[in-house]
Design a protein around this ligand. Structure first.
Ligand code: FMN
Length: 201
């Protein structure tokens, strides 16, 4: 797991973990994740989980014991106050690697429950396209809705993302960063608040 984190924390800090559903170096979704870390609202610390070493789900591998990369992923999510997923949209759905990580996380192999059970989860998607990847977001809302009653129904779409990053692939567009921080503030309130359903955005 990466030790990329945001500002210093206090005792009341909410510890969120986040992964990007893209392996490529120049991923816009990882750029958005890193911007979330750097622009986390007051009281929130975000830690990136690197899922690039998580293998394809295989029941035989699972039966032999979760690989160390899967254990790390599950332990990080289990220990967190909430999970952020930044997924690309591929052909009207999430990326396969994001779905694969979720499939591992859905599994209860040691009787302690799925790490996603009862977990607060929020979904974002960045795309060069002009629609903000609504199908990828809806896909993961559908999938994760089966696993937790604390899914944050307000998703965040970042469209035309190539216009919003600098030469180092940092998400620097001020309005987009403000939208990201505002969304994280509302997720923070969702995480801190009572368990209840939220209206879809
Ligand atoms: C196989 C494939 C299918 C794609 N399908 C979509 C799509 O349905 N909607 C969309 O907005 N972008 C689509 N794209 C473009 C991706 O959004 C774009 O490659 C994006 O940069 C991937 O995310 P990343 O930058 O985090 O790697 C597709 C790209 C690939 C390679």
């Amino acid at each position: 797991m990466s030790d990329t984190t945001g500002p210093e924390t206090t005792d009341n800090t909410l510890n969120l973990v986040a992964f990007a559903g893209s392996f490529r170096e120049g991923s816009f979704n990882r750029a958005a994740l890193r911007a979330a870390i750097d622009n986390a609202p007051t009281g929130v610390k975000i830690t990136e989980i690197d899922i690039r070493d998580v293998p394809f789900y295989d029941g035989d591998v699972e039966n032999a014991g979760d690989p160390s990369s899967v254990k790390r992923l599950k332990n990080a999510v289990r220990a967190s106050d909430g999970l952020l997923i930044f997924t690309p949209e591929y052909n009207g759905g999430s990326s396969a690697v994001a779905k694969n990580a979720i499939d591992w996380l859905s599994r209860d192999v040691d009787g302690t429950g799925s790490p996603l059970s009862g977990k607060a989860v929020a979904i974002a998607a960045a795309t060069p396209g002009g629609r903000g990847a609504p199908e990828a977001r809806a896909h993961l809302i559908h999938v994760i809705g089966f696993m937790t009653d604390r899914l944050f129904m307000e998703t965040l779409g970042i469209k035309s993302v190539y216009e919003k990053v600098d030469e180092q692939n940092r998400l620097t567009d001020e309005a987009t960063v403000a939208d990201l921080t505002g969304w994280l503030e509302r997720f923070r309130d969702h995480v801190s608040g009572p368990h209840e359903d939220h209206e879809a955005a």
